[in-house]
Design a protein around this ligand. Structure first.
Ligand SMILES: [Zn+2]
Length: 117
């Protein structure tokens, strides 16, 4: 039953899932992603008017989409700000440590140089 197959996308051999005997793509993330893209492209080819139909007919759907993306953008902005603040803090700490090390090393070098002469 467990017969090895060749993946349609990467060409590597794989054992198909026993619950999906028609599986033609291995389970690697890249190949699954590619498969999804291909499926979507095929599906769009079969239903070329789906999105247009949805958008023109179902205005509430469009509204949902828009508010969802606005929400996402807002969240994303907040996230970015948090990230930047955290990063700034980290960068500042890093620079402070770096300068401390730098000064220490410089002082040490000078001390040694003076001693050596
Ligand atoms: Zn594959």
């Amino acid at each position: 039953m467990t017969e090895e197959r060749k993946c349609e996308i990467c060409g590597k051999g794989f054992i198909p899932n026993k619950y999906r005997p028609n599986q033609s793509v291995c389970s690697s993330v890249e190949c699954q992603y590619q498969r999804q893209l291909t499926n979507m492209a095929k599906w769009r080819g079969r239903n070329p008017n789906y999105f247009r139909y949805k958008e023109t007919r179902d205005s509430s759907w469009r509204e949902t989409c828009r508010s969802r993306s606005l929400e996402w953008r807002k969240k994303h902005k907040e996230y970015l700000k948090l990230y930047r603040d955290a990063h700034k803090e980290r960068h500042r700490n890093y620079m402070r440590d770096y300068m401390r090390e730098y000064r220490k090393r410089k002082g040490l070098d000078q001390g040694q140089a003076e001693k050596g002469e």
